[in-house]
Design a protein around this ligand. Structure first.
Ligand code: SF4
Ligand code: SF4
Ligand code: FES
Length: 250
């Protein structure tokens, strides 16, 4: 018997950063194991909308197709999540797909997430080593520290936590949970801790950690289950201790 099952998609599109967004619907033949990215690939192979009108392929970012590269984040049925792991059979139809709302749209579902990388630079989210000569082996991390650090190292810079955060907006300038998670990670590393003071100082001013309202949306959407609220409490404590220490050393 022929399989006539179809998949309905409602996609918010935008031709360029300045143009007005519009919605376009697609009805695709259902296949087993489909995910949102495979739907986009089917549309690219036959770019015809639900009204039977020829259209263009959807623009989006993706790379690994296994929830590792962090590039395919978008709003799917209203939730910030990764398109490559969004299985069609588990989604209510029509599946509504929109670009992230807190980041400038480049085209269709592709957005510019440079702000995260600027924030990571602000807090020096790296281990400071000079790679121009052999430094020998670094300090050892105890298995306990490794265990604590590992969850934070799983961040894929997808920005889902920032999209879902009510405090991440232009008026607060809040750095967002991902950046705070990386501060927690690099402050835990014996060599990374050399920049701890500067990292914490970067989280003290406008847009710093005090902007967090502790709504916990971030931890709910993080595809890598990173303990973001724990990071926010731990780093908040570190920031406060440093601020008090600075006050008394004046
Ligand atoms: S706890 Fe709430 S306010 Fe704080 S970073 Fe997470 S979502 Fe944003
Ligand atoms: S903390 Fe989680 S949600 Fe935020 S960028 Fe990293 S992986 Fe994505
Ligand atoms: S394509 Fe890499 S996370 Fe989805």
């Amino acid at each position: 018997m022929a399989n006539n099952k179809t998949v309905l998609l409602k996609i918010k599109r935008q031709n360029d950063p300045e143009s007005t967004p519009y919605w376009e619907e697609f009805e695709l033949p259902w296949k087993p194991g489909m995910n949102v990215i495979s739907c986009f690939m089917d549309i690219a192979a036959n770019p015809v909308n639900r009204q039977g009108k020829a259209t263009t392929a959807i623009t989006y970012d993706s790379n690994c197709l296994e929830e590792v590269c962090g590039s395919c984040a978008m709003r799917i049925n209203g939730k910030a999540r990764m398109a490559c792991s969004a299985l069609v059979d588990q989604l209510k139809q029509p599946i509504t797909i929109e670009p992230f709302s807190k980041f400038p749209v480049v085209r269709d579902l592709a957005v510019d997430r440079q702000v995260l990388f600027e924030n990571l630079k602000k807090v020096k989210a790296w281990v400071p080593i000079d790679g121009s000569y052999d430094l020998g082996s670094g300090p050892k991390l105890s298995p306990e520290t490794q265990e604590q650090a590992y969850p934070y190292s799983r961040c894929i810079s997808c920005t889902c936590c920032m999209e879902a955060c009510p405090q991440f907006n232009q008026s607060t300038g809040f750095v967002g949970a991902a950046t705070i998670g990386q501060v927690r990670l690099f402050n835990m590393h014996p060599t990374g801790a050399m920049l701890k003071r500067e990292r914490l100082a970067a989280l003290m001013g406008d847009g710093g950690i005090h902007e967090c309202g502790y709504a916990q949306n971030c931890v709910e959407v993080c595809p890598k289950d990173i303990p973001l609220t724990r990071a926010i409490s731990d780093v908040g404590r570190q920031v406060m201790l440093q601020a008090i220490g600075d006050l008394f050393s004046k």
